[in-house]
Design a binder for this molecule. Structure first.
Ligand code: NGS
Length: 293
């Protein structure tokens, strides 16, 4: 039973081509592109095949089928570096996986609705026949640094893995976030996602939607687990800051009251997928999230 490394394997050039062809909003500020960082990547000699929309390690059966879901708004700068790093990271862990970019193309506004983007993409995934068992909601500007930070879902609890983050080329080291934070990188199953009715659909602009999720967890008596302090470390790529949502604190005050009426179950009437570009590098979903409702 021998394998030849398949020609479907990803190369640096494939990612470069995907980035150039697919991501229309090119970075305006060249300094924002971490090419120096991305160029250090080599696709290691780990045999992988792309089949039926997923990457499979050759000769190994992964315990889970993983979808990495990444919202793109205002973060095109980081997409290439993210792709290069995440494919190698997931392969070193021998996961069976797919990567999904979620982009709001309508309405074109500086404010994006991250909750609606995640709810829509997860609803889309649930209807596919990929048999995904682990969802990873992953910010595009975060690069995991430690291979011991396992990207596997826990059976009963959401797992939050961004405990310590450092900026690239910043000598001051890691920042430790607040205990309540569940944003950045979050791993969970479809069942858990449905238990707290996904994200609120009401947060427009930066901030708060993840804290809203944390309140939903508390309401549902779900506790969050985390990896060890040593392994849960990330590099944060540079990006411009998004427009803050001034309504976020108000929305947070009545978050749990909306749990059953504002979330995943309500998403189908709100958004529409307008375009799907499926490549082996990433599936790119473009969405109309309808700001009128
Ligand atoms: C909090 C935001 C969160 C955000 C977190 C980390 O203040 O949405 O900062 O942000 N909450 C509110 O604004 C209510 S970060 O440093 O990663 O940009 O995730």
């Amino acid at each position: 039973f021998s394998y030849v490394i398949p020609s479907t394997n990803i190369t640096f050039d494939d990612v470069e081509q995907f980035y150039i062809k697919t991501l229309v909003n090119k970075p305006k500020n060249k300094q924002m592109i971490e090419t120096h960082f991305a160029k250090n990547i080599t696709f290691e000699n780990i045999p992988y095949v792309f089949k039926d929309g997923l990457w499979f390690p050759v000769g190994v059966t992964s315990a889970q089928r993983t979808a990495i879901l990444v919202t793109l708004q205002g973060r095109y700068y980081n997409a290439k570096t993210f792709l290069l790093n995440i494919h190698t990271f997931l392969r070193r862990q021998q996961l069976t996986y797919t990567v999904i970019f979620i982009e709001q193309v309508a309405p074109v506004t500086p404010r994006f609705n991250k909750g609606r983007l995640y709810n829509t993409a997860i609803n889309y995934l649930e209807k596919q026949s990929l048999n995904i068992t682990c969802l990873i909601l992953h910010d595009v500007d975060l690069i995991p640094e430690d291979d011991g930070n396992y990207y596997t879902c826990e059976r009963n609890h959401p797992k939050h893995t961004t405990i310590r983050v450092r900026k690239l080329n910043d000598t001051r080291g890691y920042t430790r976030y607040y205990e309540f934070l569940v944003g950045g990188v979050l791993l969970l199953t479809f069942d858990m996602y449905k238990q707290f009715n996904g994200f609120s659909n009401l947060y427009w602009g930066w901030g708060g939607e993840d804290d809203d999720l944390a309140l939903r967890f508390i309401e549902q008596k779900m506790c969050v687990v985390r990896p060890t302090y040593e392994s849960a470390i990330y590099i944060a790529l540079q990006h411009p800051t998004g427009k803050r949502n001034s309504a976020r604190f108000g929305l947070l005050t009545w978050s749990t009251l909306r749990l059953y009426t504002d979330g995943y179950e309500q998403i189908e009437s709100l958004t529409r997928i307008v375009h799907i570009n499926q490549t082996s590098i990433v599936t790119h979903l473009q969405l109309d999230v309808d700001a009128t409702r």
